[in-house]
Design a protein around this ligand. Structure first.
Ligand code: AMP
Ligand code: GLY
Length: 421
């Protein structure tokens, strides 16, 4: 198939690689320096520029378009392409509201009995503050709209919660995205990223991965987009998966069908295993990054054939890929990431790293500069390894990571620590 992957991070690099492995003709917009070494890229076509992607698709006549990031889905990219008769992996703007609006997602969960934290929605700061003051327990304050992963504050005291409300609703730190907020009960427990393909009525569970959101070892320091991931996850055993399917996934997919949301893509459900019960924290309408690297490294079978089946509403569990062995991904980030990443540093040792058995060096924020590869974003590379076991995947990934040299580059040393025996 002739396929376009939309996006330019390690998630898209992982998707491009699995497509190429199975003989598809894969292109990417905009791509990055690593993707450009594997496939034809369209660097001037930005992932969030719906008109430019539509124009590219009119010209190139792709048989399948796989959309990586959420922003263009929320803006209606999939609706525009479907109206042209293009098969698209990714929901239309109505389904993308599951990620685009936290209040929409929570109300959807409540209506469909999806297990989640108790919550209230507020459109007025004074009412939210009065609620926080009277609650007397830890709360989580969330901006309703997309806030680049920064719109969630886990507040252990009322003062912290009030501060978060004021920051979002009064100081408008996230603009219109914070004019409505969700305040919810604070849960505790391990988190997993469960990925489920859905074609509107049927679903197939791809499996879970665990992300590491804090920048430093031992889950210290500020939150990031994700510093590494691995799978399978020990805490998410077969019994937990069965429970999550019954109480979260099936109810979600039934709800989608009932509300005619015609969701054709991947649901990445952020779960918290609170007191032994899987609770849905949030929906995302795209693959996680770095989780996607882990899933693709473990996949056996033609993933793109299944993404096409999803896009065309004919998902067949019997033909879906299986997931075997283990995989682990380590993100190499730029100096001063996440606060203020430095870019433009040359990266050395990429070929040595890629030569380690079972390793794929996926590019995120990179660009080419006079033949050299230089950093071009906060998360620069996602070094991913597969193995029979997580221990083997971890040994391989870190052996490859140590081959890479970049001024100021940093990574976590403990990816997978919760599950590696
Ligand atoms: P979200 O974008 O909704 O997934 O929130 C980002 C992060 O905030 C999650 O990965 C959790 O670590 C944390 N979080 C969100 N909701 C809750 C909650 N109800 N209780 C505890 N932590 C939460
Ligand atoms: N790794 C978390 C995300 O993709 O949202």
């Amino acid at each position: 198939m002739k396929v376009l992957v939309v996006g330019g991070g390690a998630r898209e690099h992982a998707l491009v690689r699995v497509g190429l492995e199975h003989g598809h003709s894969v292109e990417c917009a905009p791509g990055n320096a690593g993707i450009a070494r594997d496939a034809r890229v369209h660097p001037s076509v930005k992932a969030s520029d719906v008109d430019a992607i539509v124009a590219l698709c009119e010209r190139e006549r792709y048989e399948l378009v796989v959309v990586g990031p959420e922003a263009s889905l929320v803006l209606g990219l999939a609706d525009r392409l479907r109206a042209m008769g293009v098969a698209v992996f990714g929901p239309g703007s109505a389904g993308a509201q599951l990620e685009g609006s936290k209040s929409f997602a929570k109300e959807f969960m409540a209506k469909n009995a999806v297990v989640t934290a108790g919550f209230r929605v507020f459109d007025r700061a004074d009412e939210a503050i009065a609620y926080v003051r009277s609650a007397g327990r830890p709360l989580v304050v969330k901006a309703d709209g997309l806030a680049a992963g920064k719109g969630v504050v886990v507040a252990s005291t009322a003062d912290e919660a009030v501060d978060a409300v004021e920051n979002m609703m009064v100081r408008r730190a996230f603009g219109a995205a914070g004019d409505r907020i969700v305040i919810e009960e604070c849960l505790t427990g391990p988190e997993v990223s469960l990925h489920v393909l859905c074609d509107g009525s049927r679903f197939v569970v791809l499996g879970a991965a665990q992300d590491h959101k804090r920048v430093g070892d031992g889950d210290t320091g500020p939150n990031t987009g994700g510093m590494g991931a691995y799978g399978p996850v020990a805490a998410f055993d077969a019994a937990m998966q069965a429970q999550a399917i019954e109480r979260v996934v099936e109810r979600t997919v039934r709800g989608l069908a009932r509300e005619s949301l015609d969701f054709r893509g991947v649901l990445f459900i952020g779960l918290m295993l609170h007191e032994g019960v899987a609770h849905a924290l949030e929906y995302n309408v795209r693959f996680g990054d770095p989780e996607c690297a882990v899933l693709m490294a473990r996949a056996k079978g033609d993933v793109f054939a299944t993404l096409f089946d999803v896009a065309t509403g004919q998902l067949d569990a019997a033909k879906a890929p299986s997931f075997e062995g283990a995989a682990l991904a380590v993100v190499i980030a730029a100096e001063r990431y996440p606060a203020d990443p430095v870019t433009g540093d040359e990266i050395f040792g990429l070929d040595e790293a890629a030569a380690v058995e079972g390793v794929a060096v996926l590019h995120a924020g990179t660009r080419e500069d006079h033949g050299a590869i230089v950093s071009n974003g906060g998360r620069v590379l996602t070094v991913t390894a597969r193995g029979e076991t997580l221990r083997e995947a971890s040994d391989r990934a870190y052996r490859a990571v140590r081959c890479v040299r970049m001024r100021g580059g940093h990574y976590r040393n403990d990816i997978g620590w919760r599950s590696i025996r």
